[in-house]
Design a protein around this ligand. Structure first.
Ligand code: HDD
Length: 712
């Protein structure tokens, strides 16, 4: 790894956090009361072999604190990783919003971002097939603004009322707490097959977006339609997008399964290592703006969170850039205690009536009360705003602020009327004055009932390789269900999205596609007017394809931070390694020397090189590409290692770039490599530039049809 960059990343938030930091450097150990401690190994006893005394307050304090170290994990998004950074605006968006972060180009707004999986527990593996959370806390001068989104642009359900049902169905089944961090089980598909509004998010979940190569290579979406409000009080609808500058990339399911065992912290480690190495992940923030008067011009409802606005209909305007450049100092204090909330807003941004968003506005504060234990969670350093907080809220568990004076009410005269109300000119928040004139009803709009058109658009927009992966994912997930009626319902629903897709899945399942839905909802769950009424409407085709939905169009030619394995043993061609290393490192790639043994290896010139990992301790799936330099002795030793051959076979199967020079070619001959010598991403004695271009492709998916037969 290259050396960490000098830390020039301070922001108003990092200075604020400084107040709470301590590292014990050159200090004596103390109790929590500040008493110096000179023995932390032995309890106080009656005689050296005697019983321990209750009096031992040092022992009691240490054990009591330990006993209470754990807090409840998040009910969803329990497993996550966070990083600090900042956001900078390209040009003022004052036409649309008065929010300072979107109008003042001189600002460097501090952010903290937490990425997560949804279903798994805190200790589950990173490569579960799942939606990824992408939550950003902006510490703005006007207060905290949270954009609590996902890496998919739509959600499973349309009303927050159904969230507990959705989550209960995907979480481990309650009788035996199986399976962990996996949607492939009966209860989830029971729910999905009875809830056709889930189908759009469901098809994204079956796509490669659910198994990203890295958090740094995912898009992020605010999902709901929000409002932007300008100085004149005019509102525009907006959808928020994060576009990663490293492109959008995923891995294959076979790799995901293997990474589970090889490195279950794969994404967490990747984010941490990239930031430590100074390879800071970056995203551009995009606005999709819809004028108020266009609200009803679409074939779908802007308030329906199961629909996206195709970028071909409303382009995404990139308005600024976020850079993550500092790892947290303490996982618990920062990443675990950070509390996001879609209701943390600043003037210039407002909600819409999306019923999912409206329900979220309640849930997020509520959950912090049980998770963090007190309404004072905003005082925890990672959560407190960088501007000052003044109000008449008082007390409660773990209050940190010492409010002075006699008054904690408004209006008051004794306290000089303070804190006084902000005048509008000083930036107080006012809600958008949306006109509401309606009956109070427990209903859903019929404009929300189109459940097939957008899943079909998504599928049509994918390349063939993406379609193959997606069909295999459905076959895997539904194949894991044990109830035939659930499998049949799923097949029927998929056939309504796309006949070819359903055909592929049905062949894998060895099951006919039903011509009509069996076990209608009202038989299975009792007559339900809402479910009956909201059976999907006929599929529409308002756009044949949207390029923005396929990862093929979301690439870059950067290979920054890509991990390249170099397979060697003693006697390898040192010159070839140095040439390759120099060329790749110049482009920001990370080279690791994997050898037949740990310690150091000697090249053909007798120079010692530090081994990054013995082959025994690592796996092909943890790397983006492989290079095998020549050197007779080295290659002979590799030929004796089954792991080296497995490494090459897996890299081939996973469509990665492979380069060999001189005798290194023998490793291709000894593996399935011999059948792939003409492959566009297999480079034999080519210059490093060709290999770099191959790595930048991420994968040669054209190889996959043939490579999937490799039994690796
Ligand atoms: Fe949620 C956490 C994203 C709907 C209730 N949600 C949570 C996190 C993300 C999202 C990224 C993790 C934040 C972190 O890293 O701490 N949630 C979404 C998105 C949704 C969504 C994009 C739909 C567009 N969520 C949603 C609904 C409800 C919740 C409809 C409840 C009615 N979500 C929660 C929660 C969590 C949460 C229970 C768990 C931990 C937390 O809030 O702080 O309140």
């Amino acid at each position: 790894m290259s050396k960490p960059k000098q830390n020039d990343n301070s922001t108003s938030k990092s200075e604020d956090l400084q107040k709470n930091k301590e590292d014990g450097k050159d200090q004596s150990m103390t109790t929590n009361q500040g008493l110096k401690v000179n023995d932390t190994n032995n309890s106080l006893k009656a005689g050296e072999r005697g019983a321990t005394l209750l009096e031992d307050f040092i022992l009691r304090e240490k054990i009591t604190h330990f006993d209470h170290e754990r807090i409840p994990e998040r009910i969803v998004h329990a497993r996550g990783s966070g990083a600090h950074g900042h956001f900078e605006l390209y040009e003022s968006q004052e036409k649309y919003t008065k929010a300072g972060i979107f109008t003042d180009t001189s600002r460097k707004t501090p952010v903290f971002v937490r990425f997560s999986t949804v279903a798994g527990s805190k200790g589950s593996a990173d490569l579960a097939r799942d939606v990824r959370g992408f939550a950003t806390k902006f510490y703005t001068e006007e207060g905290v603004f949270d954009l609590v989104g996902n890496n998919m642009p739509i959600f499973f359900i349309q009303d927050a009322m159904k969230f507990p049902d959705l989550i209960h169905s995907v979480k481990p089944e309650p009788n035996r707490e199986i399976p962990q961090a996996a949607s492939a089980h009966d209860t989830f598909y029971d729910f999905v097959s009875h809830t056709p509004e889930t189908l759009h998010n469901q098809i994204w979940l079956m796509s490669d977006r659910a198994i990203p190569r890295s958090f740094r290579m995912m898009e992020g979406f605010g999902i709901h339609t929000f409002r932007l409000i300008n100085e004149e009080g005019k509102s525009h609808f907006v959808k928020f997008h994060w576009k990663p500058l490293l492109g959008v990339h995923s891995i294959t399911w076979d790799e995901a399964v293997k990474i589970h065992g090889a490195d279950s912290d794969f994404h967490r480690r990747d984010l941490w290592d990239a930031i430590e190495a100074g390879q800071y992940p970056e995203w551009e923030l995009g606005f999709q703006i819809v004028p108020e008067e266009d609200e009803h011009k679409f074939d779908f409802d802007l308030l329906d969170p199961t629909k996206l606005i195709p970028e071909e209909m409303v382009p995404v305007k990139r308005i600024g850039k976020m850079t993550l450049n500092r790892n947290p100092d303490n996982f618990f204090a920062e990443t675990e205690q950070v509390a996001f909330h879609p209701g943390h807003l600043v003037p210039g941004i407002d909600f819409t009536n999306d019923p999912l968003l409206q329900g979220r506005l309640f849930s997020y504060t509520d959950t912090q009360l049980s998770r963090l234990g007190s309404p004072n969670f905003h005082e925890i350093p990672i959560n407190r705003p960088v501007n000052e907080v003044h109000n008449n809220q008082r007390d409660a568990h773990m209050r940190m602020t010492i409010n002075k004076g006699k008054t904690a009410y408004f209006p008051n005269s004794i306290g000089g009327g303070c804190p006084h109300l902000a005048k509008m000119a000083e930036g107080g928040f006012t809600s958008y004055e949306e006109r509401v004139d309606a009956k109070k009803v427990r209903e859903r709009s019929e404009s929300f009932s189109d459940h097939y058109s957008q899943p079909a658009l998504f599928y049509r927009s994918l390349q063939d390789w993406e379609k193959e992966h997606l069909a295999a994912a459905y076959a895997f997930e539904i194949g894991k269900c044990t109830y035939d009626h659930i499998k049949k319902r799923m097949l029927y629903l998929i056939s309504q999205i796309d006949k070819d897709l359903a055909q592929k899945v049905s062949e894998s399942l060895g099951m006919e596609i039903p011509s009509e839905i069996e076990n209608p909802v009202n038989q299975a769950i009792g007559a339900d007017a809402d479910v009956e009424k909201h059976q999907p409407k006929e599929k529409k085709n308002y756009l044949e394809k949207s390029e923005a939905l396929s990862q093929t169009h979301l690439k870059t030619d950067r290979i920054t931070s890509r991990k390249i394995a170099v397979l060697v043993s003693d006697g390898f061609d040192g010159k070839a390694l140095m040439e390759m290393k120099e060329a790749l490192e110049e482009k920001g790639a990370v080279i690791q020397l994997l050898a037949t043994h740990g310690g150091t290896v000697k090249c053909d010139k007798g120079k010692e090189h530090q081994v990054d990992a013995a082959l025994l301790t690592t796996e092909s799936v943890l790397f983006d590409a492989v290079f095998v330099p020549g050197g007779e002795k080295s290659v002979n030793a590799l030929l004796e290692e089954a792991k080296a051959k497995k490494f090459i076979n897996e890299a081939l199967k996973h469509c990665k770039a492979i380069a060999v020079s001189k005798e290194g070619e023998q490793l291709l001959d000894a593996t399935y490599g011999k059948e792939f010598k003409e492959d566009a991403c297999v480079f034999i004695n080519k210059n490093p530039q060709k290999f770099i271009e191959g790595i930048a492709k991420h994968r040669n998916w054209e190889r996959e049809e043939k490579a999937k037969k490799i039994p690796a």
